[in-house]
Design a binder for this molecule. Sequence first.
Ligand code: LMR
Length: 334
Amino acid sequence: MFNRRSLAALAGAAVLALSGALPALAQPVVIKFSHVVAPDTPKGKAALKFKELAEQYTEGKVVVEVYPNSQLYKDKEELEALQLGAVQMLAPSLAKFGPLGVQQFEIFDLPYLMADYDDLRKITDGEVGQSLLGLLDDKGIKGLAYWDNGFKIMSANTPIQVPDDFLGLKMRIQSSKILEAQMQALMAVPQVLAFSEVYQALQTGVVDGTENPPSNMFTQKMHEVQKHATLSNHGYLGYAVIVNKAFWDGLDPALREQLDRAMDESTVYANSIAKEENDWAMDEMRKHGYTQFHELTEDERAEWLEVLRPVHDEMASRIGADLVAKAHEVLGIE
Ligand code: LMR
């Protein structure tokens, strides 16, 4: 029961609260992190790692909400949402920066540019990769890190072992002009589709095939609707982690430092699991047995290279001839 004294105390507290004299409970800063892949992929796992570390290092002053599988936005919409501030963080694939006006990122899409993760590191950690992140500033975006996924395989419902096999096939691509040129070099018909639409497009025959790292192919169940795949490793798919610049610059500097630490550590984590996640997905797809996988013979690989390498010169002016020349130099490509 309330007595006169406790009632007076309550009334006093109410007056203080109403007058704003009581310290307001600080609201956490919310970072909405939207992405289009499954949680059990290199990007999905790294986003959750960032959430864990960011919330730990800021002692809950920052809350990270991760929205996987295009739950919030599809490919193109998520970039618009970031610029409008409807979400704060994304990790789009490097093939999706063209519509932002920074098509230089499409250098990562050049077929047979990087042979493996060691080559990839030379680009992401070197002058080429770092200069690309700097280009985002003018777009109201800050580039924080590169997160790896993997090297792509081609899939379709007919065998695609040599370039001639692609003639007339409708192939889904991401929104990159380099990927468009790559499919045209194979005499296929490229079709841009949002990632969330690919499974159904393959299932219903809207497109015949696509290209993916094994992790994306497996976690979207695309292998269930593709009878053939070739382990061509002809190109790379990976990400840049980006934030809305006004949001990031407006953060308390101490908080930003803790978030930088969380990002650095989740980047190390992301890039340490990418290869094993893709190897695991490959093993799983082989076990499931829906798709017949073909390894390129040396002669077949030579045919792919002969058809696809000219895309470097053909598309150099779109990316920037100097940038392409720099990447070639770093990677020892003649
Ligand atoms: C795709 O659209 O194929 C990929 O960019 C999806 C992703 O984010 O890995």
